[in-house]
Design a protein around this ligand. Structure first.
Ligand code: SF4
Ligand code: SF4
Ligand code: SF4
Length: 566
């Protein structure tokens, strides 16, 4: 059963999880980060750093509720960091709250820690040479099993406090189911469903428990009230194991935290550099109180360590007393992770596909999540990473692609920076402005070829696009211009279409039209004149005829009058 689940839709490909995963147990497939379960050591870093909260641990709350409802006795074992997580709550108050949730009895894992540290003391007193590596951290144990099995002979052959207390509970409450309450997801690897037969039945992290308590209306007092200190409660802070132990002459005691430092210390122990050293290692900085559950709920290491110390240390150095005999022996079994190594040629091939053909192409910038380009190439070889995860590669590819588009574009393109100097110019633009080499204008003020007015307008105004039509008399060209700029107003690009020929054609047609219109006017005028002349001639003739007819009529009438008088 998977312990960390992955919320597919949330992943935004920032590779922060890959960058922070100490064992690179994350693969990116189809633009989605996924945990490779068999490689993961459950350090939980990816859950803390993911800005999208894309990963979350699989909760066993449902099963625990069913267990409580089944009538079987269910007891809780509680990690000693509870007091820091629940802001100084004391043991009496906390165990009372757990009983309200339905647990029949509540035990402190610190009791198991007491048994374990007593075993360490016996081990060092037995005359062994060391070094001895010891940890309560399941992530470190997983790391050694999977990635550095050669360190197993140096591990103290003692079980973890969690399993020690589980064995103790099984002796005290035969038949009871055990639920472990802790701040750490890696402890889930020590449970029965994960194949750990001597571990608790289920594990619930403090953040899951806190949600459950809130939902059930159960609260604990935040003030630390108990005077009942127990030294073995110091285990969850850095150096806490060492603080509980009696020291043995001739031994040096070291506490190391943080995954990278732990890996180094374990390596040094294996390499024989830490003779007669008793080394306490914890994957999280600050140990358990610096773990993912604490960080996700904004608990600080120093404050949490101080609270734990308050619950653990008194003037007498009081500690648990355990009468029962518990079998504490445990030896890690190796379960090495197999990752095939590519041959030099295979690696070179991948590097070539990644655009890394020369040493200077290998930027080792870490943006893909891998420390070096070769590490990333190895991940590509394993099918864990995609070539496109390299930002410099994608940028170079996009730039060369856009360069290609710009250079072959039939439109003239000029790009100008905030300093109003030309950054880029294509061949079509060079042709318009009679520039023989692009270098003759790149880096020089754009005013050498174009009026800078519209560039200034774009850089200083609110708009993201201006369209223009202009005539450049120096070049005798008509241009349709579109100015666009980027979001940050750092770059303005002017795309120009040379419309001189169509403009000239239009002018010619207009001239022809004007001439035709002029001719038409002349013809009309001439026609009018002729018509007028004809009309006036006709008018004259008619008038003359009229006069003649009148004269004739008068003459006839005069002749008639004369006849009558006669
Ligand atoms: S941290 Fe990982 S899982 Fe989260 S968004 Fe980034 S790539 Fe995706
Ligand atoms: S839990 Fe740790 S080891 Fe596992 S994938 Fe996340 S960062 Fe890597
Ligand atoms: S250059 Fe690319 S492959 Fe190399 S480290 Fe940076 S992002 Fe990763």
């Amino acid at each position: 059963m998977g312990i960390l689940k992955f919320k597919k839709a949330n992943c935004k490909n920032c590779y922060k999880c890959v960058r922070n995963c100490p064992v690179k147990a994350i693969q990116v497939i189809d633009q989605q980060a996924q945990i490779v379960e068999e490689d993961c050591i459950l350090c939980g870093r990816c859950t803390v750093v993911c800005p999208q909260n894309a990963k979350e641990d699989v909760s066993s709350l449902q099963e625990i509720r069913q267990l409580l409802a089944s009538g079987r006795e269910v007891v809780a074992a509680v990690a000693p960091s509870f007091t820091a997580y629940f802001d100084g709550c004391d043991w009496q108050m906390f165990s009372a709250a757990m009983k309200q949730l339905g647990f029949s009895q509540v035990f402190e894992t610190a009791e198991g820690a007491f048994l374990v540290k007593s075993e360490y003391e016996k081990l060092l007193a037995s005359g062994i040479e060391g070094p001895v590596i010891t940890t309560c951290c399941s992530s470190i144990n997983q790391y050694i099993r999977k990635y550095m099995p050669e360190a197993i002979p140096f591990m103290a052959p003692v079980t973890t406090p969690l399993r020690a207390v589980t064995r103790l509970i099984h002796q005290r409450c035969p038949g009871a189911a055990v639920v472990f309450l802790s701040p750490c997801i890696s402890k889930k690897t020590e449970t029965v469903p994960q194949g750990c037969t001597d571990g608790p039945d289920y594990d619930l992290t403090f953040d899951e428990l806190e949600d459950w308590m809130r939902e059930s209306g159960i609260h604990v007092n935040k003030a630390f009230a108990s005077s009942d200190a127990k030294l073995s409660r110091m285990f969850p802070v850095t150096g806490g194991i060492l603080r509980t132990m009696k020291t043995e002459a001739g031994w040096r005691y070291l506490a190391v935290d943080g995954m990278e430092d732990c890996i180094q210390a374990i390596r040094d122990a294996v390499d024989g550099k830490l003779k007669r050293c008793f080394i306490e290692v914890s994957a999280c900085e600050g140990s358990c109180v610096g773990g993912p559950a604490f960080l996700k709920r904004d608990r600080r290491v120093a404050v949490s360590s101080a609270v734990v110390q308050t619950s653990a240390v008194d003037n007498e150095g009081s500690d648990f007393e355990v009468d029962e005999t518990v079998d504490l022996e445990s030896v890690l079994t190796a379960r090495p992770v197999y990752r095939p190594e590519p041959s030099a040629e295979q690696l070179q091939n991948v590097l070539r596909r990644m655009g890394k053909t020369k040493p200077e192409d290998e930027l080792n910038c870490g943006m893909c999540g891998y420390a070096t380009c070769r590490e990333k190439a190895h991940a590509v070889f394993l099918g864990r990473a995609d070539i496109t995860m390299c930002l410099p590669y994608m940028q170079a590819k996009a730039e060369s692609y856009s360069d290609k588009i710009v250079s072959v574009s039939p439109n003239a393109i000029v790009t100008v920076g905030r300093d109003l100097k030309v950054k880029q110019i294509n061949e079509a633009a060079c042709e318009i402005f009679s520039i023989r080499n692009r270098e003759d204008i790149i880096g020089y003020p754009v005013s050498r070829i174009l009026d800078e007015f519209d560039f200034v307008r774009m850089l200083s105004g609110d708009g993201r696009q201006i369209q223009n039509y202009t005539y450049l008399s120096d070049y005798n060209v008509y241009l349709e211009q579109v100015f666009i700029c980027d979001e940050d107003k750092e770059i303005v690009t002017c795309i120009m279409k040379d419309v001189t020929r169509s403009r000239q054609k239009k002018n010619q047609i207009r001239q022809v039209k004007l001439r035709t219109a002029g001719m038409a006017d002349e013809i009309v005028e001439k026609q009018m004149r002729i018509a007028h002349e004809i009309a006036s001639l006709l008018g004259e003739t008619v008038a003359e005829t009229k006069v003649a007819v009148n004269n004739l009529k008068n003459t006839i009438l005069m002749d008639e009058d004369k006849d009558e008088q006669r």
